[in-house]
Each structure stands twice: as structure tokens, then as C-alpha cells.
Write a protein that binds this ligand. Structure first.
Ligand SMILES: Cc1ncc(COP(=O)(O)O)c(C=O)c1O
Length: 451
């Protein structure tokens, strides 16, 4: 062991050392290690990250759209300490006060008849258990999911996922049927919400007929699509979808891993759309990523089924006390600091900034946001064609991403899109600071705009 690897012993690492050792000894997600250029992070507070050398970076994506309350909140630290002093872990077959308190709180907060929860370590495990629950409950095997979706990196969730991350993981678990999304990927056609919902539901019902409704257990939807476009559903679509699925005895699972916990300006995104799903899955914002935790919430009818039927699932870290203590503190912070209300209020600030940039930059096709769930789309010509093909890149977008990073912003640039998903504690001045950085980066894509 040299001084750098002696716990608590050596001097603090430089950025260069951190990056080198992390790349030498760890694998990075969705990447070839040789190609990654990780940001060295020493500490984080509020909406900012800091490198070991003190460079301040604005977190415009809440990391993976998960640090909803912002970084470094002292109330969460205190809650971890309090729980740690009692115990950190007991096995899932026990009853604990923190499990009792958090599950009761969730039953109060999650709308409708969703009052029973199964705790996991993250979103993928919550979805895995939703697949299991739907199959055990209905006695059916097949699952419907949409193409423009991401549902997690585990084996079954990779098959649920519609986006290109699935492709290298195929073939996997059989029985997943992908269906089109209501909104086309290239949305330049000007189709109305009602037409999109009509077309989609007609096609979906035909698919259900061909597949055999008696074989289909559930349909998964991201209530508001996350990484694949930050796309709210067309108006009127979700209640009609729920009615269609109900008619065929198919459960609706709303994956709220990314869009839940205040991100859209309501605690759960489905609250915007006048539905309650049969199953909801959540993670990320539930603990604001201060500790790993996911949950699957089920309706009373499904919960009743498992009172007399075995739930054939388990996890060593199910209902982990430290993660639950974090969740409780995070829910308190969201409530006390009115962060969901702040997300709703900041939506118009973000939309205002997007509109300002749209007037100035011909390459900006559209900006949209629901709460603090936002995205910018970059186009290559006046006809509105996106600058990158689906699942493709463009040198100008790579340059734009570098410019954001060089000017002190962390966010994701994916294909033709720039993510705008800051922590829910962000204020107006900090949103404007972010859009100033984006403003100058858009000069790069303007230069290749074909007119
Ligand atoms: C909508 C959605 N579902 C599921 C997941 C998987 O969650 P996790 O990475 O915590 O397993 C994600 C992660 O980004 C997500 O965005």
C-alpha cells in the first residue's frame, strides 16, 4: 500500500490520481473504460460539485436525475447517524420502527389505493419485482413495454427497455413485447395529442388481440418518458390506456423511478394525468441517491392476494434500515423546504430561458419541461430534422458537450438532446447561470445549421 491507498492515512488525491486509479481498477457503466473521461469529484453541496482543485461545477442533471434535494443536506447526514447508532442492518424477516414509519408514510403519500410496498436497492430491482408480482398475481407471463423507454440494467429490465442499451444484451428473458410510443420519435409532423392517443391505442389493442390478452400480465410505461426524450404523454392518453388495459385484465405499471418524487412538480408524475396505476415503481428521488433504495408499491387488491399467496422474491438488503432512514429524512426535506412546489414554480423560469434561447439560436428546435424535468432538442435544418440520427452522434454535439463541461456545467448530452434536470432546490439565478452556459455552447451547433 502506498500513501494514497492507506485509509485515512495519506494526503488527499489530486484529480489526475483519482481519475487514473478509478480507470485502472474499476469498470464504468455503458462505456469502454479507455474512452471515459470522468469528472473528479471531491465534494458536493446544493446544486454544485467541486473538484479536488476547487473547480465549481453546476449540476444540471442532479447526477442521474436522482439527487432531487440537492447535495450535502445535513438533515440526511444526521438521520444516517441516528439510525447507525441503533443498528445499520437486520434481516428482512424482522419488523423495525424505521420500516414501519417509512411504509406508513409512503401509504399516505402515494395516491389512490397503493398502500403496500416492497423495498429494493434501486429502480431495476423494483421493476424486476413488478414483473414478478404481475406474473404471480395474474398467472399470465407476457409483458408489454414501449420502445422509447429505459427500465434498468438487470437482465429482465434490459429486455423491458426499448432503447438501444437493450441491443447488446439480447437475447434475454422471453415474453416481452415492445409496442410503439404514442409520440413519434421525429415529432415534426404536427399530429395532435388526440390523434396520437387514438392511433396508439388502436394499434395497441390490435397487438393485444394478436398476442392473446389472456397471456399478458402487465404493461410498463414511464409515466413521463425520461432519458428517451423527457416526453410527457399526450393529453388524455393515460386514462384511456388504463381503461383499455383494465378491459383485458392487464395491469398498468407506472415506472416513476426517474419522474417520481417531485421531479415533474408533483410528487408522482401520474398525479398530472388523473390515473392511479396498479403498480408503481420508484427509486432515485426516494432517497435523493444519498443511499441506494427502490420500492414497488402495489394496489390493495394485489397486496391482498399476497396475504394468502407466497411472494416468491427476496433480497438480502430488502428494507435496509440505513436506506429507509435516508428516505425518511429526504421526504422531510422535500416537504419542509417545499421542493416539489419549487420544481413546479421553476418550470416557467426554465421554459422562459428555453424560449429565449430558441429565439436566438436557429439550431435549437425545441425546449420542453414539466417541473424541473427538461430537455433541449438540436436540429440540423429549418425543416426540423434532428442533428443526429436515432442512436447516432454528430461532431458538433460532441464539441457542445465539451463546451458545457469546460464552462463549469455537468449534464448529459445524448444524441441530439441536452438534459436540463437540476436538483429541485435550484433557484432562479442558478437556472439562469445554467442557461448562460448552454447559450454560448449553442453557437457551436448554430455554425453547422444548414438553414
Ligand atoms: C425510468 C427508469 N427506470 C428504471 C431505472 C433503473 O434504476 P436503477 O439504475 O436504480 O436500477 C432508471 C434509471 O435510470 C430509470 O430512469
Amino acid at each position: 500500500m502506498d500513501e494514497l491507498t492507506t485509509p485515512g492515512g495519506g494526503r488527499a488525491m489530486t484529480s489526475e490520481e483519482m481519475v487514473r486509479l478509478c480507470k485502472d481498477h474499476t469498470m464504468y457503466t455503458w462505456a469502454a473504460t479507455g474512452a471515459v473521461d470522468p469528472i473528479p469529484v471531491d465534494r458536493a453541496e446544493g446544486v454544485y460539485l467541486y473538484t479536488p482543485e476547487g473547480e465549481r461545477i453546476l449540476d444540471f442533471n442532479s447526477q442521474l436525475m436522482c439527487v432531487n434535494i440537492g447535495h450535502g443536506h445535513p438533515k440526511v447526514l444526521a438521520a444516517i447517524e441516528r439510525q447507525m447508532k441503533k443498528f445499520a442492518y437486520v434481516y428482512p424477516g424482522t419488523a423495525t420502527e424505521i420500516r414501519a414509519r417509512v411504509s406508513k408514510r409512503l401509504a399516505e403519500l402515494v395516491p389512490g389505493d397503493i398502500n403496500t410496498f416492497f423495498f429494493t436497492l434501486g429502480g431495476a430491482e423494483a421493476n424486476e419485482n413488478a414483473i414478478r408480482t404481475a406474473r404471480l398475481y395474474t398467472g399470465r407471463q407476457k409483458i408489454l413495454a414501449r420502445y422509447r423507454s429505459y427500465h434498468g440494467g438487470t437482465n429482465a429490465c434490459m429486455q423491458l427497455t426499448g432503447d438501444p442499451r437493450r441491443l447488446a444484451n439480447e437475447p434475454g428473458m422471453p415474453g416481452i413485447i415492445h409496442v410503439m410510443d404514442p409520440r413519434p420519435y421525429d415529432y415534426s409532423f404536427g399530429t395532435s395529442d388526440a390523434e396520437m392517443a387514438d392511433n396508439h391505442l388502436r394499434y395497441l389493442e390490435e397487438t393485444i388481440t394478436y398476442e392473446g390478452p389472456e397471456t399478458i400480465a402487465a404493461m410498463f410505461v414511464e409515466t413521463v418518458i425520461g432519458t428517451n426524450g423527457i416526453q410527457p404523454p399526450p393529453q388524455g392518453y393515460l386514462p384511456r390506456l388504463k381503461e383499455l388495459l383494465d378491459r383485458h385484465g392487464i395491469l398498468l405499471v407506472c415506472d416513476e423511478v426517474m419522474c417520481g418524487w417531485g421531479r415533474t412538480g408533483k410528487l408522482f408524475a401520474f398525479e398530472h394525468y388523473d390515473i392511479v396505476p396498479d403498480i408503481v415503481t420508484m427509486a432515485k428521488g426516494l432517497t435523493s441517491a444519498y443511499a441506494p433504495l427502490g420500492a414497488m408499491g402495489v394496489s390493495d387488491t394485489i397486496a391482498d392476494h399476497f396475504k394468502s399467496n407466497v411472494f416468491w422474491g427476496g433480497l438480502t438488503y430488502n428494507s435496509h434500515a440505513l436506506s429507509l432512514a435516508v428516505a425518511e429524512a429526504v421526504i422531510d426535506v422535500l416537504h419542509d423546504e417545499k421542493l416539489v412546489e419549487n420544481a413546479a414554480r421553476m418550470e416557467s423560469v426554465m421554459l422562459g430561458e428555453m424560449e429565449r434561447l430558441k429565439k436566438k439560436h436557429p439550431s435549437l428546435k425545441e425546449g420542453r419541461a414539466i417541473g424541473l424535468f427538461g430537455m433541449l432538442d438540436i436540429r440540423k435544418n429549418a425543416a426540423g430534422e434532428l442533428i443526429c440520427p436515432y442512436n447516432g452522434g454528430h461532431p458538433a454535439m460532441a464539441e457542445l458537450a465539451k463546451s458545457l463541461r469546460d464552462n463549469g456545467m455537468f449534464t448529459f448530452v445524448r444524441w441530439s438532446h441536452i438534459m436540463c434536470n437540476p436538483p429541485l432546490c435550484i433557484n432562479e439565478a442558478q437556472i439562469k447561470e445554467g442557461f448562460e452556459i448552454i447559450d454560448s455552447a449553442l453557437d457551436i451547433t448554430d455554425r453547422v445549421f444548414e438553414g
